[in-house]
Write a protein that binds this ligand. Structure first.
Ligand code: ADP
Length: 370
């Protein structure tokens, strides 16, 4: 027997599925290793002081007025603290948190239970919000603006729209690609914050605190070393710290000293800028296969047999920030600093033409000119 579709927005789902507000919430599996070291309160977060101050003011004001916080959009490369802010804010407000991901909200019916379950002033965190399909995004507009959703029941001539009121709540959206968000969605966030890479000092502090949480002895120079090899990113610093700890446990007496840290990082192929094998492969591919660029990121991804998203989200942001690579209208291009990092002299630019250095196969053995 055919079931009547409930939501007009291109999905024909069984009634029980759409309207069961007590359907189990799909908690996104948070990275386990992140959860253990994640600060619990905004005050405990290191760095991002301006963002912190502005969010703190918004949280305080919402608490004083007893109102729901305005919707917040956090953007920035992965591992910089978007989820951490999103989990600390509800704690500061003393309200429940629901977690969803743009990648799994494929139709309005997927979002509906989150909206109907949202308690007064509670937070709905949507990670990777740029991945929401258009139909879900549009379904969300009245929910964000007027705390209501329009649901179309039935179809064809018998279709009718039901207006469902929601309790005032707050969406915190996180994205690594704010440029991919449509203007109408972006405009519905009252607070928009961009997270920047962390300084070496801030990362050193994070490494020190997390070493204490993991009960590892670490001296200052080792903490600094791990921080400076972490691409400005707390998640990377945590991962490097864990690796160095394992190395220290297995190959030394459990204590992290500068020598142990250096050996451990070296074994992972991490260089003094904190670039790993994948980062260098990306740069080497642009240099070797595409003569330094400009080249489209898709072409580099195909050559490396990697997903384009991995390159744009995880590899490129730090390389761009470190000015090892630039983005031009015609694609990615290695900078002279990028060549220098690979130990190769940059080609000489003559007008619009590029003269490639003679290349002998091994980096560092080339002869400029010819
Ligand atoms: P994102 O959501 O931006 O990908 P997360 O918030 O999950 O990043 O951060 C990854 C990990 O980095 C967290 O588990 C936490 O341990 C650490 N971290 C991020 N930001 C900070 C910060 N400001 N202070 C201390 N640790 C942080």
């Amino acid at each position: 027997m055919a079931r009547e579709p409930l939501l007009s927005a291109a999905d024909a789902s069984p009634a029980s599925e759409v309207f069961a507000p007590d359907r189990p919430q799909r908690e996104e599996p948070q990275r386990e290793e992140d959860v253990a070291l994640r600060p619990k309160r905004m005050e405990d977060m290191v760095g991002q002081r301006e963002v912190y101050e502005r969010l703190k003011i918004a949280v305080d004001a919402a608490l004083i007025r007893g109102e729901a916080l305005g919707h917040i959009l956090l953007d920035g490369p992965p591992g910089l603290g978007k989820t951490t802010f999103a989990t600390c804010i509800p704690r500061a407000l003393g309200v429940p948190l629901q977690i969803a991901s743009g990648a799994t909200l494929t139709a309005p019916k997927d979002l509906l239970p989150y909206l109907t379950n949202a308690e007064e002033s509670s937070i709905l965190f949507i990670d990777e919000i740029h991945r929401l399909p258009k139909a879900v995004e549009e379904f969300m507009y009245p929910a964000m603006e007027d705390f209501r959703v329009d649901i179309t029941l039935g179809e064809g001539v018998s279709a009718r729209t039901v207006n469902l009121s929601l309790r005032p709540f707050t969406i915190i959206g996180a994205t690594t690609r704010s440029g991919m968000l449509s203007a109408p969605l972006r405009d519905r966030f009252q607070i928009r914050e961009h997270l920047e890479f962390y300084s070496d000092e801030e990362l050193t502090e994070i490494v020190r605190r997390n070493a204490a949480k993991l009960r590892i002895e670490i001296d200052d120079s080792s903490a600094k070393k791990i921080a400076s090899c972490s691409r400005g990113t707390p998640r990377v610093a945590n991962n490097r710290l864990r690796w160095v700890r394992d190395y220290a446990t297995s190959r030394a007496d459990g204590k992290i000293t500068l020598d142990v840290a250096k050996l451990a990082l070296n074994m992972l192929g991490i260089d003094h800028l904190g670039l790993d094998v994948q980062d260098r492969k990306y740069m080497e591919t642009i240099m070797r296969v595409f003569h330094g660029g400009p080249v489209g990121v898709e072409a580099v991804a195909h050559t490396l047999n990697t997903a384009t998203d991995t390159l744009t989200d995880e590899v490129e942001p730090f390389l761009l920030r470190a000015e090892l690579v630039v983005r031009t209208p015609r694609g990615r291009k290695l900078t002279s600093a990028g060549y220098a990092h690979l130990g190769v002299a940059a080609p000489v630019e003559t007008g619009s033409e590029l003269t490639l250095p003679l290349f002998d196969g091994e980096y560092g053995e080339e002869v400029v000119g010819g």
